[in-house]
Design a binder for this molecule. Structure first.
Ligand SMILES: *[C@@H]1O[C@H](CO)[C@@H](O)[C@H](O)[C@H]1NC(C)=O
Ligand SMILES: *[C@@H]1O[C@H](CO)[C@@H](O)[C@H](O)[C@H]1NC(C)=O
Length: 198
């Protein structure tokens, strides 16, 4: 009897270690140009996952820590000078998978220009659980754009994986439905100097 119980305990422990081993196949070293951002980035784990990916390993992921603050967010992102997209309209498509998102998630794109656009999908928030699926966002990139930032945002509890992002030029330009803050290319900055005498 005791032998039996011991046997099944060993089987169980082995099983737990197998699962744990799989879950822990992550790396916190990001590939070149990707960085952690967001106003509560310290509340989220962000890195690469070698067990869950679309196509070939790895994928990028964001996972809320146990102590996340409710309205903050983390972003796994990168920025570039969109030399080839100036004066054009582009579509960003990424493949996403998400698990138990009780806050919200979405892909984010920000065009730094006086007529830039910012879209983090907060007007069409993604929540819940889903297998891999394509998500996209379309923005105009004015001639005077200096930076194009994009990535994945998670606010609140959940885990999100991101893989296979691509940009394509839109042939027939139209104004996207996804404009959240038009003319907000420097989102978050005051429009006047502040606290000049401390
Ligand atoms: C949550 O924990 C991380 C370390 O695990 C810490 O850096 C962060 O400041 C904590 N956040 C809050 C809101 O306490
Ligand atoms: C982060 O920004 C959101 C608004 O987008 C705000 O509600 C929240 O309080 C901010 N969190 C922190 C820690 O600044």
């Amino acid at each position: 009897m005791i032998r039996n119980i011991l046997f099944w305990m060993l089987v169980f422990i082995n099983y737990v270690f197998q699962i744990f081993g799989q879950v822990s196949q992550v790396s916190y070293e990001l590939p070149a140009e990707w960085f952690r951002a967001g106003n509560s980035s310290q509340d989220y784990e962000m890195g690469l996952d070698y067990t869950i990916f679309y196509g070939k390993a790895p994928s990028g992921f964001i996972k809320s820590r146990a102590n996340f603050s409710e309205y903050g967010f983390g972003i796994l992102m990168q920025e570039f000078f969109p030399k080839d997209y100036l004066g054009k309209q582009v579509r960003l498509t990424c493949t996403m998978k998400y698990n138990n998102v009780l806050g919200w998630t979405g892909i984010l794109i920000q065009v730094y220009s006086i007529n830039g656009m910012y879209d983090d999908m907060r007007n069409r928030k993604i929540t819940g659980t889903s297998g891999w699926k394509e998500i996209n966002s379309i923005v105009n990139v004015p001639e005077d754009t200096t930076v194009l930032a994009f990535g994945i945002l998670l606010s609140g509890e959940g885990t999100v994986w991101l893989d296979e992002c691509s940009f394509e030029l839109m042939e027939d330009a139209f104004f996207p439905f996804s404009i959240v803050n038009p003319n907000d290319g420097n989102s978050g900055l005051p429009t006047y100097p502040t606290n000049l005498s401390f």
